[in-house]
Design a protein around this ligand. Sequence first.
Ligand code: ADP
Ligand code: MG
Length: 237
Amino acid sequence: LERDALFRKKHNIHVSGNNIPSPLGDFAELSSRFGCKAKLFRNLANLGFKEPTPIQRQAIPVLLSGRECFSCAPTGSGKTLAFVCPILMKLKRASKDGIRAVILCPTRELATQTTRECKRFAEGCKFCIKLMSKQRVKRADLSKFSCDILISTPLRLKLAIRKKHIDLSKVEYLVLDESDKLFELGLLKQIDSVVKACSNPSIVRSLFSATLPDFVEELARTIMHDAVRVIIGRKNT
Ligand code: ADP
Ligand code: MG
């Protein structure tokens, strides 16, 4: 649509892929277009978020439409909400039926920070949001472990798969956050074992990054199906 194209241009949003959903004009569209629950919606207002950032405008409707997504937007541009918001909306309500979403972060610090952010967005909702800590990995058996959103570094999660039999076969959403760093740190093998363990055929994968080097783009293309590529500003700045 011409209107979408003009709107994207105005916000410096570059997209490629098939049938790309229209960007969000404002947060109110989360309710009017996508039926966002009042509580979640209120949390955004309580956090003082007035307008979606460009990455949020485009990545949120893409993920809400059930499409896979690989995205590049500068540091500090609100990528966390861009994937947490659609996950919380799609999961709808808390459930004890296995692990439903996984977010991989390159370092423990980033994983801790992302967990905190997730909990702020989900405040007042009953979602179970957990960080895969060292203590948790030490447990004898994680095969019955369940939560709505699990945040982890690739190493911790790989160990939980290999040694503690954590079950990722029900994961519906997998996010690789800060993927450029994930790769710089040489975590490819660990990421690969997580990607394989998340064996649900209807899983929706997404990848977020501050830069999009060729090797990240290549990986995105190998693990994703009919993905939408979203770039805010320029690819490698
Ligand atoms: P990134 O992952 O792109 O580096 P973050 O998701 O960490 O960025 O967000 C950076 C900061 O911006 C955080 O403090 C976050 O709470 C805030 N933020 C996110 N979205 C919005 C918004 N729409 N309006 C105002 N502040 C926002
Ligand atoms: Mg981030």
